[in-house]
Every structure is written in C-alpha cells, then in structure tokens.
Design a protein around this ligand. Structure first.
Ligand code: C2G
Length: 129
C-alpha cells in the first residue's frame, strides 16, 4: 500500500486541481489531501471565495481523493506524514524545493502545474463577465 499526501486551498475547484489530484493518485493507492482552513488561508495571504466546509465536501467527492484533513499550519506536514504513514508527499511545481526537508521521512515529488488556469484567473474572468 502506497499512501500519497498533498496540501492546498483548492478554491473554485478547477481542472488544474483535478489533474494534479489525478496524477498524485496514480503514484499510490491512497491520496490524502490537507485542505487549508479559512483561517490558515488568511495566514497564507490568500482570500478564498468558497468556505472551508464547501472545499472539503468538493474534495471528498473527487474520485481521486481518499481522505481530507484540515491544513491549519505550515509545520503540520511532518506530523501528518508520520501519523498517516505517507510514503510520498506531492505538490505542484510552483512549490519546487520548498518541502525538500521532508525527504528524510518520505519521497518528495513536485509535479508540473496545469498551465492557463488558476483560481485567480477564474475569479477575474467571472468578475469581468
Ligand atoms: N495546481 C496545479 N495547476 C494549476 C493550479 C494549481 O497543478 N493550474 C496545484 C498547485 O500546484 C497545488 C494544488 O493544485 O499543488 C492546489 O493549489 P492551491 O489551492 O493554489 O494550493 P496552494 O495555495 O498552493 O497551497 O502547504 C501547502 C499549501 O497549502 C499549498
């Protein structure tokens, strides 16, 4: 059994998120997603359109996701990986190198982002309609 773990806001769930989760799920049998809480997003300097409980429900309905946990701080990853016995930590390449410190307890992979789509772009295109 190979367990994969990732983290993110996943606001305005879109194709980039789906493709990342699909590719991560293909690396193992179980994919755990740490979904950033509204409070943590504020600390990340990100304003989310959709509240945490909506983002969790959408992630839980995604066929690639096995389990969703709250992401409440930058430094919970190590404890989560050990508790969940995750073999792989994966995230989009916009974070390249940022989580290499986890390589002593799991494999760390950075996957290319899906170009041409982002929550920010979606938000501005909706606003300009
Ligand atoms: N992503 C992607 N392609 C896009 C947009 C996003 O592959 N076009 C990926 C990101 O690289 C990330 C995941 O989808 O791995 C979730 O993206 P965000 O919701 O923007 O998450 P982020 O704000 O990067 O939070 O502790 C880690 C942070 O919580 C990550």
């Amino acid at each position: 059994m190979t367990t994969v773990i990732t983290y993110g806001t996943f606001d305005l769930f879109h194709l980039g998120h789906v493709r990342l989760l699909r590719r991560l799920s293909e690396l193992g049998n179980t994919l755990i997603v740490g979904c950033s809480t509204d409070e943590f997003n504020t600390r990340k300097g990100k304003a989310n359109v959709m509240p945490y409980r909506h983002r969790v429900e959408i992630l839980e309905s995604c066929r690639y996701v096995s389990k969703v946990i709250p992401e409440e701080s930058w430094d919970q990853k190590r404890g989560d990986i050990l508790r969940e016995k995750a073999d792989i930590f994966g995230i989009g390449a916009d974070w390249e190198g940022k989580f290499d410190d986890l390589a002593d307890i799991c494999k760390v992979v950075y996957l290319p982002r899906t170009e041409g789509i982002s929550t920010t772009e979606l938000r501005s295109s909706v606003l300009s309609m």
